[in-house]
Design a protein around this ligand. Structure first.
Ligand code: NZQ
Ligand code: ZN
Length: 388
């Protein structure tokens, strides 16, 4: 570990199939006006909405509902939420849903009292909040993003064809998150699997950077092994509670700032995936899956030692009698096999990408330098072509 860093994570977690009972304890800490934020209605079908509303009523909260937060939430929905929250003098934003709902709640928390356009301030200019922040609590129903225990908040501006994340600080991270694995059992298989790849991608984005011997990499390897093991069980039987609960916990630790300590971190796959999402509105985890292998095969030689280690420590590749490059390639072949086994999208054309979109996607891709090599815009286009 050669880096210098600070560490804190203010989010209190409640995990397990009885986790919702701790909502009572948390609600008592906040004022009476609660903005209940949720998505397109899955929580009404599976009964989570009723359970949450009952807890809010028992605690005498005035509940204002803000439904309809879409996957890949838009800036227009953010403006709508700001209006509503201002009208009702909101004390707590309670997000019930997946990463989109949690991300949206965080964007709202910093935007309600923001005197300028939050898109310009937080997303285009990446500035910090300088106004009061409304606290957020999360009840997670979809596993993958880690939004339940981080400061990340990704918003899409459809007209500008941009999807941009802002990683806010401790003051924006959820005050609490309720993680009940049974809540995730009603997820459609497509979403479940997209979440699995999102988790893997978060870990790889942090793992594939740096050359030093770093505890964070050992933690990352453990998380990847647990995910690979449990994902295969969950794909065979999506109702397997043990596998789904392991994956829920892995997702949280994959992106709650722990395994990025002492690392420069890459995030280029996410930059390309987000740019794909901006023009297609495709499912986040699937955008990452479609571009990952062409990206990693392209940069493999620049980080050969780590790709070799990935093959051996994560996938159990036997290095005996093989060149470093062969071992590294075998690791990526194992990754490909796992992706096909769990059934992620392997080609961008399945997500509606067409050649005419390459220019917008490449222009919307931020080129970062934390990984093993900074790409050029031309290389992004080549990766898109290779991912079709
Ligand atoms: O809207 P509803 O009806 O609730 O349906 C949702 C949605 O259609 C459904 N769903 C969620 N829980 C369910 C369920 N359906 C049945 N049963 C349940 N229990 O699943 C669909 C997808 O939900 P969504 O929240 O969009 O998915 P996800 O959790 O993958 O979040 C994606 C968003 O998070 C951002 C992505 O860019 C994207 O905008 N990310 C946030 C990050 C962060 N905060 O750090 C990092 C990630 O890399 C990512 O960028
Ligand atoms: Zn992600």
């Amino acid at each position: 570990m050669l880096g210098n860093f600070g560490y804190s994570n203010p989010t209190r977690l409640y995990f397990g199939d009885n986790a919702l009972k701790y909502l009572n304890r948390e609600l008592k800490k906040f004022g009476s006006n609660v903005l209940l934020v949720y998505g397109g209605g899955s929580i009404k079908k599976n009964g989570i909405y009723d359970e949450v509303l009952q807890a809010l009523e028992m605690n005498d909260k005035n509940v204002v509902e803000l439904p309809g937060v879409m996957s890949n939430p838009t800036v227009h929905k953010l403006y709508e939420g700001c209006e509503l929250a201002r009208q009702h003098d909101i004390d707590l934003i309670l997000a019930v849903g997946g990463g989109s709902v949690c991300d949206y709640a965080k964007a709202l928390s910093v935007s309600i009292h923001c005197e300028e356009d939050p898109w310009d301030r937080y997303y285009l200019r990446q500035e910090r909040p300088n106004n009061p922040i409304v606290p957020v609590g999360c009840i997670l129903t979809m596993v993958g993003t880690g939004s339940e225990m981080n400061g990340g908040s990704v918003i899409t501006h459809p007209e500008q064809k941009l999807k941009i994340g802002h990683v806010f600080g401790d003051d924006v991270m959820p005050k609490f998150s309720i993680l009940n694995p049974t809540y995730t059992l009603t997820l459609p298989k497509y979403q479940m699997v997209a979440g699995f790849f999102d988790i893997m991608s978060h870990i790889m984005e942090q793992y594939f950077s740096g050359e030093d011997d770093n505890t964070s990499d050992y933690l990352a390897e453990g998380l990847m092994k647990s995910l690979i093991h449990s994902s295969r069980i969950a794909v065979a039987d999506p109702q397997d509670y043990e596998a789904r609960s392991n994956i829920m916990w892995t997702a949280t630790w994959a992106l709650n700032t722990l395994i990025s300590r002492g690392k420069t971190t890459d995030w280029e796959v996410h930059m390309i995936g987000q740019a794909v999402g901006a023009v297609t509105d495709a499912t986040h985890g699937m955008t990452l899956a479609a571009v990952s292998l062409p990206y990693y095969r392209r940069i493999m030689k620049d980080g050969l030692a780590k790709f070799r280690r990935f093959a051996i420590n994560v996938w159990g590749v036997d290095p005996a009698g093989r060149s470093d490059e062969d071992v590294a390639k075998a690791g990526l072949a194992e990754l490909e096999r796992w992706m096909k086994d769990i059934g992620v999208v392997m080609h961008l054309k399945e997500l509606g990408v067409e050649e005419s979109m390459y220019e917008d996607i490449a222009s919307g891709t931020f080129l970062l330098s934390g990984g093993y090599r900074k790409l050029t815009k031309e290389e992004v286009v080549e990766i898109l072509r290779e991912s079709m």
